[in-house]
Design a protein around this ligand. Structure first.
Ligand SMILES: Cc1cc2nc3c(=O)[nH]c(=O)nc-3n(C[C@H](O)[C@H](O)[C@H](O)COP(=O)(O)O)c2cc1C
Length: 326
């Protein structure tokens, strides 16, 4: 193997390691990386798909999309563009992407630093509203992936809040949804995945409550003094409902989230509204012509001086990154 090829593999291997920090639905981390020749393959891991919450695998592909974008950010920090073939083989639909080191470019660390600072922050945010300039930046980040970011307008907020509440009620009344929550909130320390009580907040008065994980143990993250009065709710929407659109939505979610983290903001996704089909359809109608909702997100200014949210667990590279065919 030439020195040159070795260096290429090292860069994509490094990128796949950074991508392990990507966010995923219920922290399922439904991906596998395979290092092959001078490129890496990102595979969807169907054994980690949620039967109740995500029977079509939309959120699974969205989660793989966040990992793919994280990898491109890591390559960019090393001074290379990413050369990506998305869903390159129709005969193997779980092969999400093939990624290789592209042209050299000036190293860009801005979003790379956010990979390690980003958290799902479910606490109420402050009274301050994210500025219009930042929201425009987030819209541009989504559009880079052909995905539209729609900020829920004040006159749409009550209907949006009802949609979130209704989706939560439907899910808590359905054994299949509850099974998924139970499985992924009771993982062992060795599993290194799932959602733990350390990242969940107890119920407090607020317009839109984050998902109730029905945890066996009390939610342990102090909600702090935030009010959510300045919080902005946004929906990422796609033009079509194909696997490629969910991957793109995941890349956009990652880009938006790392961008807002770099700008000192915080966020947490709201995916209940797309998990329940009737609510997803109603949300599409409510937003009127922006496309198919892929995921919603609350975005806000963290309360001044508040502690960072603890980092959530991840599986190791040994468990998720390997040679081809395994
Ligand atoms: C597709 C997707 C859907 C998600 N849906 C929700 C959600 O509805 N509610 C929530 O509180 N967090 C949601 N999350 C956040 C994950 O639970 C979180 O990324 C994961 O637990 C890892 O934690 P971290 O983001 O702090 O690293 C979602 C994340 C992704 C990528």
């Amino acid at each position: 193997m030439t020195q040159h090829l070795r260096a290429e593999i090292d860069q994509v291997a490094e990128a796949s390691i950074a991508a392990l920090r990507a966010p995923s639905i219920l922290n399922t981390q439904p991906w596998r990386w395979r290092l092959a020749g001078n490129h890496a393959e990102l595979w969807a891991d169907r054994s980690r798909q949620l039967d109740g919450l995500d029977p079509d695998g939309r959120l699974l592909l969205l989660s793989c999309g966040t990992a793919l974008h994280h990898a491109t950010v890591a390559l960019l920090a090393a001074g290379f563009a990413a050369d990506i073939a998305r869903l390159p083989d129709p005969a193997r639909p779980d092969l999400v992407a093939r990624i290789r080191q592209g042209q050299p470019c000036p190293p860009d660390n801005r979003l790379y630093r956010s990979i390690y600072r980003r958290r799902t922050d479910r606490r109420p945010f402050s009274d301050d509203r994210p500025s219009q300039a930042v929201l425009d930046e987030l819209r541009a980040a989504a559009e880079r992936h052909g995905v539209h970011l729609h900020v829920v307008r004040d006159d749409q907020l009550t209907a949006f809040a009802s949609a979130v509440a209704h989706a939560g009620d439907v899910e808590h009344g359905d054994a299949r949804f509850r099974d998924d929550l139970l499985t992924w909130t009771t993982r062992t320390r060795e599993d290194r995945d799932g959602v733990s009580a350390r990242s969940a907040v107890p119920a407090v008065r607020r317009t839109i409550a984050p998902r109730d994980f029905e945890l066996a143990r009390p939610a342990a993250l102090d909600p702090g003094p935030g009010t959510d009065r300045g919080t902005v709710y946004a929906v990422l929407a796609v033009d079509a409902e194909e696997p490629a659109d969910w991957v793109a939505a995941g890349e956009a979610l990652s880009d938006v989230w790392l961008t807002l983290t770099a700008g000192g903001l915080a966020a947490s996704p709201i995916s209940e509204v797309v998990e329940v089909v009737a609510v997803r359809v109603a949300l599409r109608r409510l937003l009127g012509g922006v496309g198919h909702p892929a995921i919603a997100l609350r975005v806000g200014v963290p309360v001044d001086g508040i502690d960072p949210v603890p980092a959530s667990v991840r599986r190791s590279g040994t468990d998720t990154i390997g040679p081809p065919g395994q």
